[in-house]
Design a binder for this molecule. Structure first.
Ligand code: OOG
Length: 261
């Protein structure tokens, strides 16, 4: 970087956030020093993902954020956001997550959809149902690149909605399980630490999928066959320590498990 005036501000913010994630340290919030509107924040997010793609990662889906009141209240924001998931974020089922490279990981229970046909733009509930090839219980690992998870909406959009990792339980036939109102349980080392219902996700996680199709289309993308959509947390996020076993279960969907070290 020769002269600050030469540097594209979007690229500079993306570099700051990406380098912080790689180094496992926090970054300054963009809105502490400049105005950032949500549209520009999404350009920063995309530039962060482009840097990851340049390192060999591939996009494999979308995560929705703040689709439940529990999360909106926990984080003090009031709008649904989204971020991109890459293959490097996917944690093998029952696998081990090394928290050493993370800053302040949290975990939350989710419902995941496997996309069977392309989806983009304004879609009806019936179209959403037809496009779903699988439903699963899932968890998301968040790791805000901002100290103490303190951010405004544009800050967290730029930070790819705090995405760090995720895991998905066994895919179930969507015809066999209605995702609308499933009981969810999070256990850490066998102790129940959170309970909720998938109904907390916009009343029905399918609404989150419909919102995802609309939002990605606004960004010139589509939900592709084989992609995974994380519909958003059903409860507030929980701190994720090292050396624990986490199990997230949903009635009718089984469970997703991870060990941390
Ligand atoms: C942002 C991500 C929120 C959800 O499910 O609501 C999210 C954060 O809380 O750091 O993924």
């Amino acid at each position: 970087m020769s002269d600050a005036h030469d540097v594209d501000p979007v690229a500079a913010l993306a570099a700051r956030l990406d380098e912080a994630a790689l180094a496992g340290r926090t970054a300054e919030r963009p809105t502490d020093t400049a105005d950032l509107d949500p549209a520009t924040a999404y350009r920063v997010q995309r530039a962060v993902i482009e840097r990851r793609i340049a390192r060999g990662e591939a996009p494999i889906g979308v995560k929705m954020g703040f689709t439940s009141r529990a999360k909106m209240i926990q984080m003090g924001v009031d709008d649904v956001i989204w971020g991109l998931l890459t293959d490097a974020m996917l944690i093998e089922e029952g696998g081990v997550l090394d928290t050493a490279g993370l800053i302040q990981p949290r975990i939350e229970p989710e419902i995941a959809f496997l996309i069977g046909r392309p989806l983009a733009g304004a879609i009806t509930p019936a179209e959403a149902v037809r496009a779903v090839a699988g439903v699963a219980v899932a968890y998301e690992v968040l790791d805000s690149r901002y100290a103490d998870f303190a951010f405004t909406l544009p800050d967290v959009i730029a930070d790819n909605a705090s995405a760090a990792g995720f895991g998905v339980g066994p895919w179930r036939d969507p015809g066999a399980v209605d995702p609308a109102n499933l009981g969810l349980l999070v256990e850490i080392d066998g102790r129940p630490v959170a309970t909720g219902s998938s109904a907390a996700i916009l009343g029905n996680p399918l609404r989150s999928l419909i919102a995802a199709a609309r939002l990605v289309a606004e960004a010139g993308l589509e939900l592709r066959p084989g992609w995974i959509v994380l519909a958003g947390a059903a409860t507030a996020a929980l701190p994720l320590p090292k050396g624990v076993h986490v199990r997230v279960s949903a009635a009718g969907l089984g469970r997703a498990e991870v060990n941390t070290r």
